[in-house]
Every structure is written in structure tokens, then in C-alpha cells.
Ligand binder design. Structure first.
Ligand code: BYC
Length: 328
């Protein structure tokens, strides 16, 4: 399986660390924030670039399934909401690319890695949005899962990432609420509208559970990332919290979660539920999901189509810089 092909380094014991590494870990353990120009282990820097970069790419690619519906939103109000949401996602991508740049990598390098397939983006965006109800499901479930994952990241040890999360979470909260509102309208609409809502839930439930990453036993990065507070919770902890929050919401909407095994477990004070199909997850992550080729193709085309604009901006910047030097 994919995750097992990725080398997972055992955690270093304190006595195996250099003095600098020990002092760094002590700062993390004491809850201090690490800032860009401070010393950090090279592996910490690379871990952050990987996670923040993937996160930024997810925000940008994540505009595509929803952007698909802007021209077909059923009312002016819905169109304005969707436009605002998709623009927010672009903003999130930009804060996150900026946070990653503080670690010594350029935005161009990150984008090149996305386009070449060297860097990932969230599996969820490789599923199509087939009906208007899917836009509700994306807001309710996908943004709901995103918030569940990102609220704890406000406490992440790397200052620029933690601070970017504060604003992103506020906006994600609006996104989730508009999705739930849309689903409420559909679920309480005509029988046909309700059927669309149910169908959207059926298709988005398991892909949303996959957003939290592989189960803990297969997560290659969790142990080290949690020791460094790059991650605050394990994948399974967050998935459980998401199910516990979302199952009652589905019930409230009069919709059925597509899982026969979903049942409240008094003892653990949470729901028991079925795991997603992990083979499907690894296929999607490996590039073989329903929309991987379309999504990456759209991003590469947008980048190529924008070359004239980037060239123009650079030429203008050079002209201004030359004029400034000439005037001095
Ligand atoms: N999709 O060891 P693990 C949004 C990869 S944007 C694809 O558990 P880690 C939104 C993982 O990268 C939401 N790949 O990894 C936007 C690793 O591969 P590599 C994006 C996944 O990092 C627009 C391998 O599997 N949120 O919500 O400890 C509109 C092993 O996994 C996925 C973030 O990026 C996946 N789902 O934990 C609407 C949040 N899961 O890198 C909404 C920040 C795992 O070794 N990221 N992989 O090649 C994180 O919290 C963590 O990176 C993850 C994974 C929980 C995602």
C-alpha cells in the first residue's frame, strides 16, 4: 500500500538528539511558537513545507469542483454566496503559500511540484460535483471536515501556519454553515430535491472521512508531526469527532448516513462507524480518482494561460526598479 512505501522514521529519543535538537524540542514541549528565522531541524522544515504546501494546493484545487457551479447557481443570492466562498479559498491558498515561503521555498517551486505530481492535494477534490446538492454537501461535509482538522492547527508550533489558520477557520465556519443551510433547503424541499440531497450525502460521506488521512496504524507522519506539534491530533481522533458531530446533523436533516454500522456507542461516548474503503483512498492519492486528470489539467492550463500576465508584471516591476535607480 502507498503509505507503507513511504519511509517512516522512528522518533529520536532525547539522548539521540543533538544539543540543538533537544533545545528545540524543549521549546515545542513548553508550547513556544517557532518563527521563520529561528533554528529548526531540517526535517521539521521539510515536514512543514510538505504539509503547508499540500494544504495550499488543496485550497486552490478545491476551487474547481465548486467553481463548476457558479454559473448554474439557482438564484442571485446563492450565486453571490458561492462566489464569495470560492474567492475565500483562493485567499486561503495565498496565505498558505506565503506561510510556506517563510520556510525558504518559493511559490513557483511549490506550484511546479503540484503540476509535476511531486506534491499532493487533498483526495476529496478528485470527486465530481454532479448536482446542485453536491455544493451543499461540499460545504456541510468537506468544509465541516476541514474545520475539524484545522481548528487544532491554530495551536500548531509554527507561528506563520498557526496564525494563517485563525483567519482560515473563521471563513471555513461560514462555508460550513452555508453548506448546511443549502442542504436544509434541499432536504426540506420537494421529494426530488430531498433525493438529490440524499444522493449527495451518499457520494460525499466516505470521501469526507478520507480527508483525515489513513487510519492511525498506517499514518507514516503522525508520530513525528505530533511530537513537533505540526499536528495536534491523530487522523482517527479527528475522524471520530467529525462523525460524532455530523451524524446527528444528518438525522436533523432527515437524511440517512450511508453506513449500516453507524450506531451510538454509549461506552466510548461516540459513534461506531465503518471505515472508508482504503484501497479507493490510495488509488485516488496515486492519481487514479475520478477527476485527478481533469483537476491537474485545469491547474496546469490556468498556469500556462497566465504566463503573459506574469511576464507583464515582471517587466513592469523591472521598469519601475530601473526608474527608481535612475532617479537616485
Ligand atoms: N489526501 O502519514 P499521513 C479544504 C497522504 S482544504 C491526499 O497520515 P499526515 C477545502 C499524506 O500527505 C483541506 N493525501 O500524513 C478547500 C502522506 O503522503 P506524503 C486540506 C493524503 O501529513 C477548498 C500519506 O498520505 N487540509 O478543506 O501526517 C474548498 C500518509 O498520511 C490525505 C489540509 O491539508 C488526503 N486526504 O496527515 C473546500 C490540512 N491524507 O505527504 C475545502 C493540513 C493523507 O508522505 N494537513 N495523505 O506523500 C493535515 O492535517 C495532514 O497533512 C493530513 C495527513 C491529516 C491531511
Amino acid at each position: 500500500m502507498y503509505a507503507q512505501m513511504v519511509a517512516s522514521q522512528p522518533l529520536k529519543a532525547a539522548e539521540e538528539m543533538s544539543d540543538a535538537e533537544r533545545a528545540f524540542q524543549a521549546r515545542i514541549d513548553a508550547g513556544e511558537k517557532i518563527e521563520p528565522k529561528e533554528w529548526m531541524p531540517e526535517a521539521y522544515r521539510r515536514t512543514l513545507i510538505r504539509q503547508i504546501g499540500q494544504h495550499a494546493h488543496s485550497e486552490i484545487v478545491g476551487q474547481l469542483p465548486e467553481g463548476n457551479w457558479i454559473t448554474r447557481a439557482p438564484s442571485l443570492q446563492r450565486k453571490a454566496i458561492l462566489l464569495a466562498k470560492v474567492q475565500d479559498e483562493a485567499g486561503h491558498g495565498l496565505y498558505l503559500y506565503s506561510a510556506a515561503e517563510t520556510l525558504g521555498i518559493s511559490r513557483d517551486e511549490l506550484i511546479e511540484m503540484l503540476h509535476s505530481g511531486a506534491m499532493k492535494y487533498s483526495s476529496i477534490f478528485n470527486y465530481p460535483t454532479l448536482t446542485w446538492a453536491d455544493i451543499g454537501a461540499v460545504g456541510w461535509l468537506v468544509d465541516g471536515a476541514a474545520i475539524m482538522n484545522q481548528v487544532p492547527l491554530q495551536k500548531c508550533s509554527y507561528g506563520p501556519y498557526a496564525r494563517a489558520m485563525v483567519r482560515i477557520c473563521k471563513e471555513e465556519s461560514f462555508h460550513q454553515r452555508q453548506g448546511f443551510d443549502l442542504m436544509t433547503k434541499m432536504a426540506r424541499g420537494t421529494p426530488e430535491q430531498k433525493a438529490f440531497a440524499q444522493d449527495a450525502l451518499n457520494r460525499f460521506w466516505y470521501p469526507s472521512l478520507m480527508m483525515f488521512g489513513p487510519s492511525d496504524k498506517d499514518s507514516v507522519h503522525s508520530a513525528q508531526s505530533m511530537a513537533w506539534k505540526v499536528k495536534i491530533n491523530t487522523n482517527d481522533e479527528l475522524r471520530q469527532k467529525f462523525v460524532d458531530q455530523t451524524a446527528p446533523q444528518a438525522h436533523y436533516l432527515g437524511l440517512t448516513v450511508p453506513d449500516d454500522k453507524l450506531v451510538w456507542n454509549e461506552e466510548k461516548n461516540g459513534y461506531d462507524f465503518s471505515e472508508p474503503d482504503w484501497r479507493e483512498f490510495y488509488e485516488v492519492v496515486a492519481g487514479n480518482g475520478p477527476c485527478n486528470k481533469d483537476r491537474l489539467g485545469a491547474r496546469v492550463k490556468a498556469w500556462d494561460d497566465g504566463a503573459w500576465f506574469r511576464d507583464g508584471l515582471m517587466a513592469h516591476a523591472r521598469k519601475r526598479a530601473a526608474a527608481k535607480i535612475a532617479a537616485e
